[in-house]
Design a protein around this ligand. Structure first.
Ligand SMILES: *Cc1c(COP(=O)(O)O)cnc(C)c1O
Length: 364
């Protein structure tokens, strides 16, 4: 039975499409998880069946990314936004400082949130001056000298930019990788903390993956709400309270799908091929325009404009008739956006290019 057809492609930025194989597997196991006679959703989070799902998800994630033992992996409740507060609460006492690089809406939000709890965080890059179209080349000398960490958003979902290379600094990097974790190889040792809301590249919304180097977990001088306290979450291995069990199960299916595909190196190659194809076509056309230049372009979120803005409504309408959904850009960036996360097959990008060509032919 094929509930999903290959003629519909979902380019939503998030919640985004999941691999069809994952959704089908979840469907097969929905009523009766591996002969238990129960749905995984109905099971105790303390039981051995779910424990096994959780342990496998964690070990697969560790294997995929290459996470060493001195880092904790936590499946957190709440979206990535909740971690904006957690970063400040767990890493900064009142008089301590951090440097924030503001390359888009999400880092600006994280910065504002951190300021509520630690008023000494500093903004070391104001991307708004270039309409968030660039990424800084951050050097040690750019940091506030007392900084405990450098905060950045590795891929800017809304503007379609990313750090092609990560800064080489002596302090830990804290990275919001919501829209690109698992899409490219990273050297985890460069990072103190990585977090990612699941709905872009991992699984259902409301679940966030947190990876934190254990030496950064320390007693703070202020109280921390228990579910934001990384020490408590890590010590209890994601089971301090009832975690989002079904979401963790789906994330686990995504991890094993990725492993079968050949891991991050394999998907990174595919992702580069997809993005290159799309950018190459857009650059070659006089009808469309990519506002972001190399080397800042994201491989996950391809932002583009129609030179004739009056056609935007037609574009969205006709693309949907063609079976391509979610191409309307974010209201802050304008234009169009094709989110081509891990789950988007190359055929989806081919379909999009075919549509782009036809639309240009019709209206250009
Ligand atoms: C989507 C997104 C968020 C927000 O995630 P929520 O789960 O809605 O809180 C944060 N950061 C980045 C980079 C995102 O793409």
């Amino acid at each position: 039975m094929h509930m999903k057809t290959s003629t519909i492609y979902n380019f939503n930025a998030g919640p985004a499409m999941l691999p069809v194989a994952v959704i089908q597997k979840a469907q097969e196991e929905f009523l009766d998880y591996q002969g238990t006679g129960m749905s995984i959703m109905e099971m105790s989070h303390r039981g051995s069946v779910f424990q096994n799902v959780l342990d496998t998800a964690e070990s697969d994630l560790r294997e995929l990314i290459g996470i060493p033992k001195d880092y904790s992996v936590v499946f957190c409740p709440g979206g990535a936004t909740l971690q904006f507060s957690a970063v400040a609460l767990n890493l900064l006492n009142a008089e301590e400082t951090a440097s924030y690089s503001l390359t888009g809406v999400w880092s600006v939000k994280a910065f504002k949130e951190a300021k509520k709890f630690a008023n000494l965080v500093t903004n070391i890059f104001d991307g708004e001056k270039t309409s968030f179209r660039t990424i800084p080349d951050i050097k040690e000398s750019d940091l506030h000298p007392a900084s405990r960490f450098l905060y950045l958003t590795s891929n800017n979902t809304i503007y379609g930019t990313r750090y092609a290379k990560f800064p080489d600094v002596s302090i830990p990097i804290v990275a919001d990788m919501t829209s690109e974790l698992l899409s490219r190889q990273i050297d985890i040792n460069r990072f103190g903390v990585i977090f990612a809301g699941a709905q872009k590249n991992i699984g259902p919304s409301g679940l966030t993956v947190l990876i934190v180097r254990n030496d950064l977990l320390r007693e703070m001088r202020h109280p921390i709400p228990v579910l934001l306290d990384w020490k408590i979450l890590a010590k209890n291995q994601s089971l301090y309270n009832t975690p989002p069990t079904y979401s963790i199960y789906i994330a686990g299916l995504v991890f094993s799908w990725l492993k079968e595909l050949g891991g991050i190196a394999a998907i990174e190659k595919i992702n580069e091929e997809k993005a290159n194809k799309l950018y190459t076509y857009l650059d070659s056309s006089g009808f469309y325009e990519v506002p972001i230049t190399q080397p800042y372009r994201s491989t996950m979120n391809v932002v583009f404009h129609l030179k004739n803005k009056d056609l935007e409504k037609n574009f969205v309408e006709e693309s949907e008739n063609f079976g391509l959904f979610g191409l309307q850009g974010h209201r802050d960036a304008g234009g169009m956006r094709a989110s081509i996360y891990n789950a988007m097959p190359i055929e989806g990008v081919d379909q999009l290019i075919e549509f782009l060509k036809g639309f240009e032919k019709k209206w250009g």
